[in-house]
Ligand binder design. Structure first.
Ligand SMILES: [Cu+2]
Length: 188
């Protein structure tokens, strides 16, 4: 059982990283009103350029970070796990070193799950495995309500045992039949 659990964790870790992007920006005396637009789950990496000693500290918004001070060549990265905006400054140079990161939810349309599917998924709520009725093989993706993709697989059943207790969106597609099913599944 322990071996199984460890194997699953090894499989889940790379899947959790799927589709995330790192955005690279400079940070120096010329960085006034930096505007960075990213998607949920993305990482921003700043590199210190030019002269002087600077930090990079969040001042308001959804994320909280503090790079500490550094000089040219220092790097600081942060992964944004909540949607919304965060402002930041260099504390001693807040008049000309400041910016905003805007984090938007992924392009997955969260409204599609309200579509009335004739094919059911069961049991729902679930504490481990859910199955899509009919025994067909689908391309299946599991998302959080924020649109972050957690799992991707082929088949008609999903083991959700290792996901936290929450509501998820399950998207099942069968391209050959032009069929797309979307469900809201509660894990408890
Ligand atoms: Cu500075």
């Amino acid at each position: 059982m322990h071996v199984m659990k460890n194997l699953l964790l090894l499989i889940l870790v790379p899947i959790l990283g799927y589709g995330q992007t790192t955005h690279y920006y400079d940070w120096g005396f010329n960085t006034a009103n930096q505007q960075i637009n990213i998607q949920l789950g993305d990482t921003v990496e700043w590199t210190w350029v030019g002269s002087g000693s600077h930090n990079l500290v969040s001042t308001s918004g959804t994320a909280t970070f503090d790079s500490g001070y550094g000089t040219v060549g220092k790097k600081f990265s942060y992964t944004f796990s909540s949607a919304g905006s965060t402002t930041y400054v260099c504390s001693p140079h807040s008049g000309n070193m400041y910016g905003t990161v805007n984090v938007s939810e992924s392009s997955l349309s969260l409204n599609t799950y309200t579509k009335n599917n004739h094919i059911t998924i069961y049991p729902n709520p679930t504490n481990s495995i859910v199955t899509i009725q009919g025994g067909k093989r689908y391309h299946i993706e599991v998302y959080t309500l924020h649109g972050k993709k957690l799992m991707e697989l082929t088949g008609n059943s999903i083991n959700m045992e290792y996901l936290s207790k929450a509501t998820y969106i399950v998207k099942a597609t069968d391209k050959s039949n032009n069929e797309e099913l979307t469900y809201k599944v509660v894990k408890n």
